[in-house]
Design a protein around this ligand. Structure first.
Ligand code: NDP
Length: 332
């Protein structure tokens, strides 16, 4: 790859429609920032699907290079914290939304947004984790802080389990010794989820069906990536004192529930947000991802694709058709 010109997927808006094209750019087209990174891999997240299709007011100005996370090698730096050759990871900070992101072979960003590649992870593995995996880890951390422990008698539920956040959550929790139940709408993913360590599966319609304000106690803790009626169903079946880490809304933003699970069972509903997560917690989460996620989990979770495949995969992720993590190889 020449460092004078590079390939980028660029979103432009014409007559209210968002168009994605692969363009050849030069470094002077990049925004200002202290660190120039040769991007090796980027990820595909639900938010990227929204950006690519112009939905959800994700992108604030055009032209935009989307891609909310990336991993690569520093090429130039005016920051004392990074030097050429350093391997780095970036997730969040509205990169790919308000600032140019990872669907380009070069990115220029603020030094304070970067995290050094954690020891024990390759650049590709870092993007197999990506924003989705960081979010899964933040969910596990907040649940642990609220009493979740592997000695707990009850099972841990993961919703949207065959998706990006869900897959990493299943693999992490299983490796930490929890009995994980994976809720999914896709029966064809059962074998995959079992290979990640899920102990049992649940059809997702069981959770989203209407129910009483309280159902039998079942879940000791839960990671919810779906929201909507699914989250309402999870709350009804939480055990006494159990906690739900809620991070996603793939199934809708409305929450039709009652106060009963909170006041009669002391259930905790814990919001998880990875975009502006403070650096100390972010680095702690990355360190744990490097140590707590079994290396064997990476291969089944990951699908490596070319930049040209991203627009179609962006449409698929919004339909819930993508399994695990999609990683874009930008080195070609
Ligand atoms: P994916 O599309 O990879 O996974 C979402 C999964 O949710 C799907 O695979 C599917 O799982 C399930 N699902 C999709 N649509 C529906 C529906 N209508 N009803 C019920 N289940 C559904 O997305 P990600 O894992 O990347 O992201 C998941 C959510 O988390 C998104 O809302 C995303 O915006 C959010 N997110 C939040 C972050 C934060 O910081 N809070 C960071 C990253 C993501 P299955 O087929 O197994 O049923």
């Amino acid at each position: 790859m020449s460092t004078d010109t590079f390939k980028a997927l660029v979103l432009e808006q014409q007559n209210g429609e968002v168009q994605a094209t692969i363009q050849t750019l030069t470094k002077d087209a990049l925004p200002e920032g202290e660190v120039l990174v040769a991007v090796a891999y980027s990820g595909l997240n639900y938010k990227d699907g929204l950006a690519l299709t112009g939905q959800g007011r994700i992108v604030r100005s055009y032209p935009m290079v989307p891609g909310i996370d990336f991993a690569g090698t520093v090429v130039e730096s005016s920051s004392p914290d990074y030097k050429p050759g350093d391997e780095v990871v970036l997730t969040g900070w509205w990169v790919g939304e308000r600032y140019w992101g990872g669907y380009a072979q070069m990115a220029r960003v603020k030094a304070e947004w970067l995290v050094p590649l954690p020891a024990g992870l390759s650049l590709q593995q870092a993007m197999s984790i990506g924003t989705a995996g960081l979010t899964a880890m933040l969910c596990v951390m907040v649940l642990e802080e609220h009493g979740m422990t592997p000695t707990m008698e009850r099972e841990v539920l993961v919703t949207g389990s065959a998706g990006g956040v869900g897959s990493v959550a299943v693999a992490l929790l299983a490796n930490l010794g929890y009995k994980v139940v994976a809720a999914t709408g896709r029966a064809e993913t059962h074998e995959y989820l079992r290979s990640l360590g899920a102990h049992d599966m649940l059809d997702r319609t069981v959770l989203s069906a209407p129910g009483k304000p309280l159902e039998s106690e079942r879940w000791g803790a839960a990671v919810d990536t779906v929201g909507g009626d699914t989250l309402a169903g999870v709350l009804r079946s939480m055990a006494q004192g159990g906690s739900v880490a809620a991070c996603g809304n793939a199934g809708g933003i409305a929450l039709n529930t009652t106060v009963i699970p909170f006041i009669l069972r002391g259930v905790n509903l814990l919001g998880v947000e990875s975009v502006l997560c403070p650096q100390p917690r972010r680095r702690a989460a990355w360190a744990r991802l490097a140590s707590d996620l079994p290396k064997a989990a990476f291969d089944p979770i990951t699908q490596v694709v070319a930049l040209e495949e991203i627009p179609e995969l962006g449409r698929q992720i919004l339909k819930g058709q993508v399994r695990g993590r999609v990683v874009v190889d930008l080195q070609a």
